[in-house]
Design a protein around this ligand. Structure first.
Ligand code: CDP
Ligand code: MG
Length: 693
């Protein structure tokens, strides 16, 4: 293996860490930052001051890098070198190098604000600007981990690692701390605009076909060297791989391929939720004569380095979470990448020799639709759980927190409003007991609220499986073949009717329970077109959530209540306590109108057990929204109006003006009293409106 650029810098780098509390380290992707620096610090004895923690925005990166490093050091994974991602802890008391997601690090700070177990914290992939990494940057700057009431004797080293972007900004943020640049070798990459898609493709996925054709073109006409393809998500990647397999089979290597040393194509998908054993193949060199083609999400842009790549095929799109103001919530959307991301993708072709990048879009698309830089996640998604975390850490003024790029104030206010609606903070902006319980769950706030309500009513065994099933990938298989699809649908419908009630939440519960109680869960899944791997992880998630819940229930002030009514009512009322923000009422035909103040028109998604039953329904709640040509709601449950009647006014209670005070400073009792009288008035008005419904 050629020596990595970082090797020559070893001593200087270790010295720089020794001399500085904050350090920014930058270098081309693949120079060895993520895998080598923690090992250098380990060898230099930094572990004596505590663990070396390395955060990653993506869970796959945390896992594969930990595997690689434990292997390089000759340790068993989970011992000296380990990883922790949501719902999967592979560490032990001996772990000294710990790779983890940035979300896990935030959670650790909540439990131990001084990070007393750590000697070094490395925030990796800072240029990705993930929401959690941005918050960690702010927390480190605030010196939360050392100063104030959480002081510690030895000093914590903070290293921020980033691809070549944004380093000046990061250094300035940390009081002009030094920037250590690892000199890299890269080879020139020729970039071609192929102009196969245009503006009309922004809303469709027609680009997948074009990407597949482009790959075959490269395979048959270019000299040896592996191909890296950028697409946006799992189902799209699997579809592209299927198409590639079929077309690659038809290639006649005697006539069709220009380079006679190439006599096969090895097609490998790469995305976040892929099983780990499959991921390992990605890094292995292909057999002699075979060209490797990795079809990946944006994960291959910086987080993971695949050697041997000479050709990049770029779709120009990425899937990202963004706040959709039309829907009033965060939605996954496929959007054009930024110009700087496109450059980063192209650069993957020039790691070991000269390379080529084929962009399926044209110059016009580049100029008109691709922004220069990507908007950081903190400026485009819901801040609810982050703000709750900050409040729990004692950061009262969440507007003047040191953000690298501050989110718009209205996003902070809307997060506060949601926290207030869920009773996680009170009118004065202080975290409530419930809020402190909620922050312990690695789940969306609404779902956490449902769990805690269920626990108070003594029916958590119904909700834990559902929360678990909603936390893993979709368990229902939808085969591409029309006949198979029919078969799968029939099986799924059978499960639904066995579940008794037409409602997607009980349907999940039913899958969970049936699978668990069957003699051979994996063959039960195969027979019923259910993803066994997904259900298996749901089992593990369920037991972890149940542990957290048990811990909370054992606390002194956990209060319980009695419930009078049927099991189905109990179940659905619990759901209402967390989903009252997602309520809709039947309007014209098969459409529904949301009750969150947006009044959007939504339809039930065809995958729902309630699809086709719309005429029987009046009020519903839903788990999420899918925006295509229409707005669809998925995972739906029918409810009665009276169950949300008292909760709905809460959605309109506090206006932004009042909350902006809550966000900034301590609020006086008089002000609270003033709002209270205003609200009593509003509530009265609300009741009058209700009687007309
Ligand atoms: O973090 P940075 O992008 O600077 O590089 P790295 O992730 O530390 O990768 C250094 C080298 O290790 C690359 O050449 C990768 O190909 C290789 N690597 C690997 O072969 N398998 C892994 N699971 C991770 C890295
Ligand atoms: Mg890296």
């Amino acid at each position: 293996m050629p020596r990595l650029p970082i090797y020559q810098q070893k001593e200087r780098l270790v010295e720089a860490v020794r001399c500085n509390a904050f350090l920014v380290v930058t270098g081309e992707t693949g120079s060895g930052k993520t895998t080598q620096l923690p090992q250098y610090l380990f060898q230099a004895g930094f572990w004596k001051g505590g663990k070396i923690g390395v955060t990653q925005p993506r869970r796959v990166a945390a896992i594969t890098v930990a595997q690689r490093v434990s292997h390089e050091m000759g340790f068993t994974l989970g011992r000296e070198v380990g990883y922790q991602v949501r719902f999967d802890d592979c560490t032990s008391k001996d772990t000294v190098i710990k790779y983890m997601t940035d979300g896990c690090m935030l959670r650790e700070i909540l439990a131990d604000p001084g990070l007393t177990q750590y000697g070094v914290v490395i925030l990796d992939e800072a240029h990705e600007r993930s929401l959690n990494t941005d918050v960690l940057l702010g927390l480190m700057k605030k010196n939360h981990c050392r100063g104030g009431s959480h002081s510690r004797s030895s000093s914590l080293k903070v290293i921020v690692m980033s691809a070549t972007l944004e380093t000046e900004k990061l250094s300035a943020f940390f009081g002009r701390c030094p920037v250590f640049t690892i000199p890299g070798r890269t080879f020139p990459v020729s970039e071609q605009f192929c102009n196969l898609i245009g503006p009309k493709d922004i809303d469709g996925s027609g680009y997948v076909k074009e990407v597949v054709n482009m790959v075959l073109d490269v395979h048959t006409s270019e000299t040896a060297g592996d191909i890296l393809v950028f697409l946006t998500g799992q189902s799209e990647i699997e579809r592209a791989c299927d198409m590639l397999f079929k077309k690659a089979e038809a290639i006649d290597y005697r006539y069709d391929v220009r380079d006679r040393t190439v006599d096969g194509l090895l097609i490998l998908p790469l995305y976040g939720s892929m099983p780990t054993d499959q991921q390992r193949q990605i890094f292995q060199p292909p057999p002699a004569g075979v060209r490797k083609c990795v079809v990946a999400t944006n994960i291959a842009a910086t987080s993971l380095t695949i050697s041997g790549i000479r050709y990049v095929v770029d779709s120009g799109f990425v899937k990202q979470l963004a706040h959709n103001s039309r829907v009033g919530m965060d939605v996954l959307e496929i959007v054009p990448i930024s110009k700087s991301e496109a450059e980063q993708r192209a650069g993957r072709a020039g790691r070991t020799s000269e390379g080529k990048c084929f962009r399926i879009y044209g110059r016009e698309f580049w100029e008109k639709y691709m922004p220069d830089y990507m908007v950081p996640e903190i400026q485009r998604t819901s801040l609810t759980s982050v703000i709750l975390t900050l409040k729990c850490l004692g950061v009262h003024d969440v507007i003047r927190f040191p953000y690298l790029d501050a989110p718009e104030e209205r996003f902070i206010l809307s997060a506060l409003k949601q926290l207030y609606q869920f009773d996680a903070i009170d009118r004065r902006g202080h975290v409530t007991e419930l809020g402190r319980q909620m922050v312990q769950f690695p789940l969306p706030l609404g779902l956490t609220r449902v769990l805690l309500r269920a626990a108070a009513l003594g029916c958590e065994e119904l909700m834990l499986p559902i929360a678990a099933m909603l936390s893993v990938e979709n368990v229902f298989i939808r085969p591409g073949h029309p006949e198979k699809q029919k078969e799968a649908e029939t099986k799924h419908r059978e499960i639904a009717s066995d579940a008794g009630k037409n409602n997607d939440f009980t349907m999940m519960l039913s899958v969970f329970e049936k699978c668990k109680s069957s003699e051979s869960p994996s063959s039960w899944c195969r027979e019923n077109w259910i993803h066994w791997r997904a259900v298996k992880s749901a089992f593990s998630v369920e037991s972890q959530l149940s542990e957290i819940l048990l811990r909370i229930k054992q606390q002194r002030d956990f209060s319980t209540e009695e419930f009078e009514g049927s099991q189905s009512e109990l179940f659905r009322q619990c759901l209402c306590s967390g989903y009252f923000t997602n309520v809709a009422r039947r309007s014209i035909g098969k459409s529904f109108c949301t009750m969150d103040g947006h009044g959007s028109t939504v339809h039930i998604h065809p995958s729902s057990a309630l699809f086709g039953e719309e005429s029987q329904l009046d009020w519903i709640i839903f788990h999420d929204v899918l925006v295509t040509s229409r707005m669809y709601v998925r995972t739906v449950c029918p409810i009665r109006y009276e169950w949300v009647k008292d909760l709905l006014p809460k959605l309109h209670e506090v206006d932004a003006y009042e909350l902006s005070n809550v966000a900034r400073e301590e609020v006086t009792e008089e002000e609270v009293a003033k709002w209270e009288s205003k609200e009593a008035f509003k509530r009265q008005m609300g009741d009058q409106c209700d009687s007309s419904i």
